[in-house]
Design a protein around this ligand. Structure first.
Ligand code: GDP
Ligand code: MG
Length: 430
């Protein structure tokens, strides 16, 4: 993955995409309760929470508790707090998905076009059942239908385009004696595919017949698998604060793999952050606890932490939110949505450092207290040391690469969490 990973939020109108995006970022996409509020895809920066390298007790001189490197961890981008690092990641709010998008309904063509740039999808599902398939207000709608038709739309879009050309494509394939990967990649590159993605698709299927002999059912299987490989998807079951959500959650949970599902209440996260900003509550984004003035007074602080008094209405809302969301689910869930998307993508955080002995970036004069782990890049599963080098250093010629302990690592070695993920790149002739 040479460019930065991009995660797209998709879902029917009013499922809560913009609210989710707001809850994950500091930006403010326009929020509204009717279809197509978001006309243009909104890019924004979200923050992926990862355990930072500074908290690793296996690193030289870092075995104490808390590890001393933590106090000097100063990310150039994002932040690091007690060893939990927030790494910026690009998010895209893709609007216009309604049933029939592959035929151009809604903002269908534009929707599908925007989708091509995404490495993984977060499908925001309104699990309260208060919006129908088109996003209009209703009651008792079954959101498990959304999960099914969403995937179906993408499959039909890819399949439709492929079938239109299948005759000519097959003839050419035979004439030039191409491999199945070459022929399919020729068709799928427009979806942001790579030869590796196509190869993985075909590996999973292990088809016996050559491409020119595939029947329609086989082609459909190929497209289905390709869509799963190219667009790994997390289901964000949103609006869990709503009283109707429970039965819908159980139904979807029975049908889907548990690792694909995250429960969330985007609006609760937005609300809590707003109250915290206004000085009504203490709330660390993504955490289970929210403290009010009364809570702190009850804990023995007569000043109530300096928090403002809430009126009856506001107090009730906060209490409801605690009961319906925080106590039942442990958090508003929005951070887990991003974490899960990074997991399905297999993202590996890599920490490039200038000095492999100190983990610093060689800032002059900073000495013993020099900041460490300034940089962190997210690379895809299966990336090598060389891939990361080129991503960070571009075309600069590589002399060699060092990992922890000053050991040299080969450029073909894989990077993974805890392995070859703290690297120092040396430019020049080896
Ligand atoms: N109850 C509830 N409502 C939500 C939640 N998230 C979003 N909404 C509401 O759903 C409506 C549509 O939200 P929006 O983010 O604009 O949806 P989009 O069209 O998918 O971008 C708005 O009225 C939001 O306030 C949630 O977690 N719980
Ligand atoms: Mg929107």
């Amino acid at each position: 993955m040479p460019r930065d990973p991009l995660i797209a939020l998709v879902g029917k109108p009013s499922s809560g995409k913009s609210t989710s995006l707001n809850s994950l970022t500091d930006s403010f996409a326009k929020v509204g309760n009717f279809p197509f509020t978001t006309i243009d895809p909104q890019k924004a920066i979200g923050y992926l929470q990862i355990p930072c390298a500074c908290s690793r007790t296996t690193l030289p001189n870092n075995a104490a508790d808390p590890p001393p490197l933590q106090s000097r961890c100063k990310p150039n981008y994002g932040s690091c707090h007690n060893g939990v690092r927030q790494v910026p990641i690009e998010l895209l709010d893709v609007a216009g998905l309604v049933p029939g998008a592959h035929e151009g309904k809604g903002l269908g063509n534009k929707f599908l076009d925007d989708l091509r740039h995404a490495d993984a999808l977060i499908h925001v599902v309104d699990v309260s059942g208060t919006t129908d398939a088109e996003g209009k207000a209703t009651r008792g709608y079954d959101p498990s239908a959304d999960v099914a038709w969403f995937r179906d739309e993408i499959v039909r879009w890819v399949l439709g385009n492929l079938m239109q050309k299948w005759g000519g494509l097959k003839r050419r394939h035979t004439a030039i004696k191409a491999t199945a990967v070459e022929t399919l990649q020729g068709q799928f590159s427009g979806y942001g595919s790579t030869s590796a993605i196509v190869a993985k698709t075909l590996d999973q299927l292990a088809l016996k017949q050559p491409l020119q002999d595939w029947d329609n059912a086989t082609i459909e299987r190929v497209v289905n698998t390709f869509v799963d490989v190219k667009f790994p998807t997390v289901l964000a079951l949103n609006k869990i604060d709503h009283a109707d959500a429970d039965k819908n959650i159980s139904k979807i949970a029975r049908a889907e793999k548990p690792e694909r599902i995250v429960l969330c209440s985007a609006i609760s996260e937005v609300f809590l952050r707003k109250l915290a900003k206004q000085g009504f509550v203490r709330y660390v984004p993504g955490e289970e606890h929210v403290e009010t003035r009364e809570d702190l007074i009850a804990d023995g602080d007569p000043e109530g932490g300096g928090l403002k008094e809430m009126d009856e209405k506001l107090r009730t809302r906060v209490e409801n939110l605690k009961d319906m969301v925080l106590f039942r689910f442990g958090s508003t869930g929005v951070n887990q949505v991003l974490t899960r998307a990074a997991e399905v993508l297999g993202l590996v955080p890599v920490f490039p450092v200038r000095n492999i002995g100190t983990f610093g970036s060689g800032e002059a004069g900073a000495g013993e207290r020099a900041p460490v782990f300034r940089d962190c890049v997210l690379v895809g599963r299966g990336s090598t040391v060389g891939d990361v080098y080129r991503k960070v250093m571009g075309d600069a010629p590589m002399a060699y690469v060092e990992s922890v302990g000053g050991l040299r690592v080969g450029e073909d070695e894989l990077v993974a969490v805890g392995k070859n993920d703290i690297l120092s790149f040396k430019v020049g002739r080896a």
